[in-house]
Design a protein around this ligand. Sequence first.
Ligand SMILES: Cc1ncc(COP(=O)(O)O)c(C=O)c1O
Length: 382
Amino acid sequence: MGGNLPDIPERLTNLRGGFKAFLSPPPEGVIRLTVGEPGFDTPTNISEVAKKALLDGDTHYTRGEGRENLCTAWASHLRRRWKIPVDDEGIVITPGAKQALLYAFMVAAKENDEVILLAPCWPTHAEQVELMGAKPIFVQCDAPRFHPNLDRVRAAITEKTTAIVVNSPNNPTGAVYTPDEMIGIVKLAIEHDLWIISDEIYTELIWNETEHVSPASILGGFERTLTVSGPSKTHAMTGWRIGVFAAPTSVAKVVGRLQGNTCSHIPSFLMPAAELAAKDWSAVNQFRGEYIRRRGLILELLEHIPSLVASEPEGAFYVMVDVRGTGMDGTTFAQRAMDEALVQVIPLDSLPGGEGYIRLSYATEEDVIREGIGRLKDWLAQ
Ligand SMILES: Cc1ncc(COP(=O)(O)O)c(C=O)c1O
């Protein structure tokens, strides 16, 4: 009896938890400036639709990509709002944007391929590249704006490169790439025959004058872009696990079969609610006003802490803060802030390009932001 466990592939045992270690609920009394989700509840009209569907018995197997009405609603939204020329059959509704990203990496990268990531980037992008047996190639975006340098991107392309990942507005940097930068990326992708994986989960959350331009809306871009979207951040639906994969129909058909052979589909009774989310963006406008206030508040409070340098976020709900002026690296800062100031923040030292930085989320309530930054200020003044 007993003995050693049979082997687990290294690709799996090597997976890291991203920000997970710093996202676990802290002891009582600790202020959390970590969580990347809206400090709001899902709009009631959306929840009511799901509740009714559940009670009406919408609990059976259905179309793997998502019901036709649901896919049509998201395709119409992406066509109208972001000018992505996707067919209704080009949509697969997935369990969260994360799963849509996984499918995108399965399509765009295989063993030993290289995938370009604009650093610092959300850790899951790199983990999923590695899960494919491919290699993430980090191309640094410089502080304070963290926009891509296209010459550097070009220099990083090799014959093994198969894809480039774009995430604008960006987590964790808050950068919103300009239309010219997006056009430049699409041109490079065409020149080198690359896929573009465009993570557009924050596109409704832009705080400057920049117009979001989807790579798939640019001439020659649609054929090579796998767009990832969904209502998690915009409709405060993070726990629902609903995401959107949008691509040329031939690719979506492959992904539809992939989903059909794995999770089948998102829960049937969530589909009418996911359809309503694609049609009703009214709550987002209210959330947007709140975020603008919270962003202003956190930047103003941080300005009064001389040893911290905050980058002005152009979108999403995160602010990158350079903590090197305190004499600490990001990890030491985060550990000590937790132990001594009772404030939970995310250190970015482990991300290429994030060394010396922490990430604060301002998605949370104003009084939490005030208390958290106040505690950091008092602690650092000691
Ligand atoms: C850049 C980015 N993409 C995707 C996601 C995941 O979205 P979902 O909750 O729909 O899986 C997140 C969540 O933090 C994110 O920051």
